[in-house]
Design a protein around this ligand. Structure first.
Ligand SMILES: *[C@@H]1O[C@H](CO)[C@@H](O)[C@H](O)[C@H]1NC(C)=O
Ligand SMILES: *[C@@H]1O[C@H](CO)[C@@H](O)[C@H](O)[C@H]1NC(C)=O
Length: 480
């Protein structure tokens, strides 16, 4: 329920801004004159709108959210395909839609719950005292969940590892498709973990790809989780780009157009005071490590950045993912010590959420796994530490409240949660042909409680019914 509320709040934020934008348009608008008595014509002021002329009378029309008017084909389409008008009858030079580059944080114009920023990103939301601020720990896991790693996750999330409010600790899983076991994912969701989206293919080089390609990868992954793990769209509102390579503006346009609430793909270089999550209304308050961060403003879209992990001596190096620091020669107690020092940079300073991003490789080294379990049980002894999902963290950030009131905070109360149904006991193990371009066919075994698809789901055919779905987003968007 808390989750839905967050979605609504953010949706309201979007509606409010666009209503404001429209008002401004109305004020300085000159009456449109139809160049011809009938047909569709580009709005000279914006690529988002066009006019339908009937008997010489113009009717103003707006493209559905996220689409732009293409003045050559005279229809609304994806931004990368839209040639903005008005274009002379002999096609003139192609002009890009206006670029609004994000400006630096203006905290006076940026208020919770829709907007949050601070000059260097380190300010506590609600200007709370650090002592009154809960130290949130967000454990995240990237990639497929399957028989090779589910036991590790079950050992970590034992029912008796609880938060101060008595609820079991929970994490966020960024799912990619290949080798994923959709029955196990359905169980994690049932147990209260957050399921978020990586991409279908985790292909390299996505950061340079188009809006349409990102839509295929992200929305396709969300559709697969819906169909084969029965996870409703409202529950999947977060995303992470593979290899922490954000897809420049294209990825964030998809995020915004398709109802995602947050992203967690932006790495922060090692700095003294860690950064809190922020909205992308304003420019990013730290160096962009990947070099492919969004440059435009995306009002209301939250970024949960990945602060670098390191200790003062830089022993082990620094890393966004825990398993990328070099700790393999440490015994469990040394791992614990290293994690404690890294954690205290958050806990003893501004209590920015301590995100612990893992690949499954961390759990393949028993010293690292044991060290982590020691750390989790140590952190749980601290009264003001909560292990939460990314969305639970945002529920607090959008409505900051003192740590001594949190035992009754609804957003973190597992008893107030709508529990999704348990998965089946005997799932189908579907043997499916998987054929990628320029590669021999292979067989993949896909496990799900639902009917086997005809072929292995992939970008362009995410329900695996052998019917390409490239068109579906355009249609869906138009219905909005
Ligand atoms: C949780 O329960 C297991 C047995 O099921 C026990 O071995 C372990 O010590 C307990 N852990 C905590 C943190 O209470
Ligand atoms: C799928 O989930 C919905 C709501 O979470 C539930 O009502 C429905 O029964 C589930 N379907 C199956 C087949 O489990």
């Amino acid at each position: 329920m808390g989750l839905l509320r967050l979605g609504c709040l953010l949706l309201l934020g979007v509606v409010a801004t666009s209503a404001f934008g429209e008002k401004k348009d109305e004020e300085d608008k000159e009456p449109f004159e139809c160049p011809e008595p009938s047909g569709n014509f580009a709005d000279p002021a914006t690529c988002r709108k066009f006019y339908q002329c009937v008997d010489g009378h113009p009717y103003e029309s707006r493209c559905p959210a996220g689409l732009y008017f293409d003045d050559i084909n005279k229809l609304c389409t994806f931004k990368t395909d839209a040639r903005c008008g008005p274009i002379a009858t002999t096609p003139g030079p192609v002009t890009d839609p206006p670029i609004d580059l994000a400006v630096k944080c203006e905290s006076n114009n940026c208020g919770l719950p829709h907007c949050y920023c601070s000059k260097d990103g380190t300010l506590i939301p609600g200007r709370l005292d650090p002592q009154k601020t809960p130290q949130m720990i967000i454990m995240t896991f990237d990639g497929a969940v399957n028989i090779n790693n589910i036991d590790n996750y079950d050992r970590l999330f034992l029912a008796n590892r609880t938060n101060p409010n008595g609820c079991p600790i929970r994490g966020t899983f960024f799912i990619s498709h290949e080798y994923a076991d959709y029955q196990m994912i359905q169980r994690l969701h049932h147990e209260g973990h957050e399921i978020a989206v990586d991409t279908i293919s985790t292909a390299k080089g996505l950061e340079l790809e188009s809006y349409e390609k990102w839509a295929q990868e992200m929305i396709g992954m969300k559709e697969i989780l819906g169909k084969f793990s029965n996870i409703t769209g409202e529950d999947i509102i977060g995303m992470r780009a593979p290899y922490l390579k954000p897809g420049r503006n294209a990825q964030y346009e998809v995020l915004q157009d398709f109802g995602f609430v947050w992203d967690s793909s932006v790495g922060v270089p090692p700095i003294k005071i860690p950064v809190w999550p922020y909205t992308l209304d304003y420019s990013i308050p730290h160096d962009c490590k990947a070099g492919t961060c969004p440059t435009r403003s995306f009002p209301g879209v939250w970024e949960l950045p990945l602060n670098a992990h390191f200790v003062e001596s830089f022993e082990g190096g620094h890393c966004p993912y825990m398993d990328q620091c070099v700790l393999f020669n440490h015994d469990p107690d040394q791992v614990l010590e290293w994690l404690m020092e890294d954690f205290k940079r958050h806990y003893d300073q501004n209590r920015a959420p301590y995100m612990m991003p893992f690949h499954t490789t961390w759990f393949q080294q028993s010293e690292l796994e044991k060290g982590l379990l020691k750390f989790v049980d140590w952190a749980r002894q601290q009264k003001d530490v909560y292990f939460v999902t990314a969305t639970q963290a945002l529920l607090w950030i959008t409505e900051p409240k003192s740590v001594d009131t949190l035992s009754t905070f609804e957003g973190w109360d597992c008893k107030k949660r709508t529990v999704p149904p348990q998965p089946c006991n005997l799932p189908n193990k579907c043997p499916l042909v998987f054929k990628q371009p320029n590669a021999p066919s292979q067989t993949r075994y896909m496990t799900t409680c639902f009917d086997c698809p005809r072929q292995y789901p992939w970008t362009g055919d995410f329900d695996g019914d052998s019917q390409p779905e490239n068109e579906i987003y355009t249609k869906q968007n138009r219905k909005k």
